[in-house]
Design a binder for this molecule. Structure first.
Ligand code: BGC
Length: 691
């Protein structure tokens, strides 16, 4: 019998999420009683962090022992617990390349467990700001340029982590540049806001019951997100039914006292500055805000403490941190995240008998990602050099540093060049006086103006490729343009920031122990003008319906590598697309066969296109995907469930998502530009009919 694979198994993904299944009525009653019994000073204490610097990595907020109110202990972040040593997972953008929601749930589970073992109870993750442009310094920290993809991965992470701790998807909303993050205004229409930039936040809140949300530093349409009533109240609470708390982003995320609290910001972090006793009393006495506003914020801050029974949460033993199980998850994620972009002459996989040259300073560098708030340190990091030596044997791998003479490279069958980006070129931008005083080595990331590799890295590739026989480039970092050197190399493997087990994963992919299955969560353009305009200094940025592949497709550009692209060592075939109508949606099934010679996995992607629409719609949009693992000759039926909601657009007049009478084209294939099967359905007043 053919095996059946369900693309997103809700039951499995959301299992154990403590945010689901809360008895809201009874919690609301208890919160009301408690808040009624509290003094103003006690209420004040619940709506702010307690200290500027973390205690053993944890930021404390609220809590009152005599009233039995536990303390929130918050910790970053998106690629591991940022408190002492912890398992450093591949960055989120890498994990997004796995398109594996079940794995992302396990990553969330592992990070949540390590946070709980360290005494934390709120994980300041995931980062789910849409990757409007890959030049964003924090591109690595988020998942994807696509809202559906981000929503699925984010929801899976949250449900995993919320087996142990509360999560806090961030930054709400539209935080997608670094240098200007404290000042810039992201401007857009309600449609663009809801349909593109908030849709995945909605999924994380509504479906995965994210316990809290962190507001963003930037402005939305001229108003700071930390004091934006429409964002924090109308959308989050009234439209989506959110019952958790909103905490500000650190320091500059809280811009005011009464306006912020009235808009729906509940907790100032890391400590009370705008929400100090003095400022709160002043705002009440001046009549700017009533005591009721404080009670409301405090009630919201306390809500999850009672709902989650915070003081009874399991504290796993310390040995779960960096446990063999978690390292195995990190390695699996790294293996599944690597994207094979080029493999001329089927150079890869490499036979075990090869002697290899490995080139570049990054070959033995600890390159786990930026050094901003998501920085995680592991006790042991397997670099590319260490990974290849472990797999091929010490004597079979020769390392050439960037400045070495490369003439000996001709004596090796294959040269692996490790090139790419580090925290110096991209990352969260936290300029400090110390960094300035100590020079550029400590400089932290920021945005990239250009997607080209830095000159010294291009020069490294040029010199090594000229001297070597066959060349594989193992790229680290995030999306880079490759046009000026792609022809000089035989193979390119995007390895991202692959986490503490990255070197082993690289060796597994290069040798074929693991078959590459990662797919790009971001378009790699040929030139900058194939993407939306990108100005890292602009203080006003217009956001449109089209970005990422939506922009590229609409303008008919041929990118270097399209969204969803990735090569394999085996081949897959798709047939038998079958679309069935259900009550409020569709079940799309397709047969996937491994027609090649080795075991491997592929990512089947479902896009929806539109015609006869009354409004501008993107050419096509990702609306489902599934990872299917098959041995040679094996076949599976992949089932993708689609809800009518996935076909809607945001109608500004209705102030809601609307399913319009139009034609819907279900296109299925292996990337946004490789869609071999298609079926169309028409929605008329009589309902849906296939056409
Ligand atoms: C970042 C947040 C982070 C916070 C606490 C801020 O600068 O933007 O993502 O959670 O710091 O470290």
């Amino acid at each position: 019998m053919t095996k059946k694979v369900l693309a997103f198994d809700h039951h499995q993904i959301h299992a154990g999420n403590k945010g689901l299944g809360i008895d809201h009525e009874s919690v609301a009653r208890k919160v009301e009683q408690l808040v009624d019994s509290m003094t103003l000073a006690q209420l004040f204490n619940e709506i702010r962090g307690l200290q500027q610097a973390p205690i053993e990595g944890l930021y404390h907020a609220g809590g009152n022992e005599s009233l039995g109110i536990p303390v929130y202990k918050m910790v970053d972040g998106p690629r591991g617990a940022r408190a002492g040593n912890a398992t450093a997972f591949p960055v989120a953008l890498a994990r997004a390349a796995t398109f594996d929601v079940e794995l992302e749930r396990r990553v969330g589970l592992a990070i949540g467990k390590e946070v709980a073992a360290k005494g934390g109870n709120v994980l300041l993750a995931p980062t789910i700001n849409l990757l409007r442009h890959p030049g964003w310094g924090r591109a690595q920290e988020t998942y994807s340029e696509d809202t559906f993809h981000t929503g699925a991965m984010g929801a899976a992470f949250i449900s995993g982590a919320q087996n142990y701790v509360l999560t806090s998807p961030k930054h709400f909303a539209m935080n997608n540049v670094e240098f200007t993050r404290f000042d810039m205004s992201a401007n857009c229409s309600p449609r663009v806001l809801h349909e593109i930039y908030l849709r995945h936040f909605r999924r994380c809140v509504v479906e995965a019951a994210a316990a809290s949300v962190m507001s963003a530093y930037n402005k939305l349409n001229g108003i700071y997100c930390g004091e934006h009533p429409e964002l924090l109240t109308t959308i989050l609470r009234e439209k989506w039914g959110f019952t958790g708390f909103v905490e500000s982003d650190w320091f500059l995320g809280t811009r005011s006292t009464a306006p912020a609290l009235s808009a729906g910001l509940d907790i100032e972090t890391p400590a009370g500055y705008r929400f100090s006793d003095e400022k709160l009393i002043e705002a009440i006495q001046s009549g700017e805000m009533s005591e009721g506003v404080i009670a409301r914020a405090a009630g919201r801050a306390i809500y999850q403490k009672l709902a989650w029974k915070l003081d009874e949460l399991e504290k796993p033993p310390a040995f779960v941190v960096e446990s063999p199980e978690h390292l195995a998850v990190a390695r699996e994620a790294a293996e599944k995240s690597m994207v094979l972009l080029k493999n001329a002459g089927a150079l890869l996989p490499l036979p075990d008998s090869h002697r290899l040259a490995i080139v570049g300073d990054l070959a033995d560098a600890i390159n786990l990602g930026d050094r901003g708030s998501s920085f995680v340190t592991s006790t042991e990091v397997v670099t590319p050099l260490a990974g290849l030596k472990a797999r091929f044997g010490d004597d079979n791998v020769a390392w050439f540093r960037s400045d070495d003479d490369f003439s000996a490279l001709k004596d090796f069958d294959v040269t692996v060049i490790v090139a790419g980006l580090t925290y110096k070129e991209e990352g969260e931008y936290i300029p400090t006086m110390q960094q300035e005083a100590e020079g550029s080595d400590l400089a932290r990331g920021g945005d990239r103006v250009s997607l080209a590799l830095p000159d010294h890295q291009r020069e490294l590739i040029r010199r090594a490729a000229a001297a070597a026989n066959k060349v594989v480039v193992a790229l680290q970092g995030t999306a880079v343009q490759v046009g000026d050197w792609i022809e000089s190399v035989d193979a390119i493997l995007m390895t991202w920031y692959p986490g503490c087990q990255g070197g082993h994963a690289l060796a597994a992919i290069l040798t074929g122990d693991a078959c590459p299955s990662g797919r790009l969560p971001v378009t790699i353009p040929k030139s900058a003008d194939q993407l939306v305009p990108w100005d890292v200094e602009a203080l006003e940025v217009e956001h449109d319906l089209l970005q990422g592949y939506r922009y590229v497709d609409y303008h008919g550009h041929e990118p270097e590598f399209p969204f969803g692209f990735g090569l394999s060592y085996t081949e897959f075939d798709l047939e038998g697309l079958y679309v069935q109508r259900f009550d409020n949606g569709f079940e799309v099934s397709v047969d996937v066969t491994n027609t090649g010679k080795v075991a491997g996995a592929t990512i089947v992607q479902l896009y929806v296109g539109y015609s006869n629409s009354s409004v501008l719609r993107p050419v096509r949009e990702l609306k489902g995907f599934g990872r299917v693992e098959l041995s040679p000759g094996e076949q599976a039926t992949l089932v993708i469930e689609l809800e009518d909601d996935d076909l809607t657009y945001f109608d500004e007049a209705e102030d809601d998502f609307v399913l319009e009478a139009a034609d819907y084209h279900f296109d299925i294939g292996f990337s946004s530009r490789d869609l071999s099967l298609s079926q169309s359905w028409r929605l008329s007043p009589d309902g849906f009919e296939p056409i």
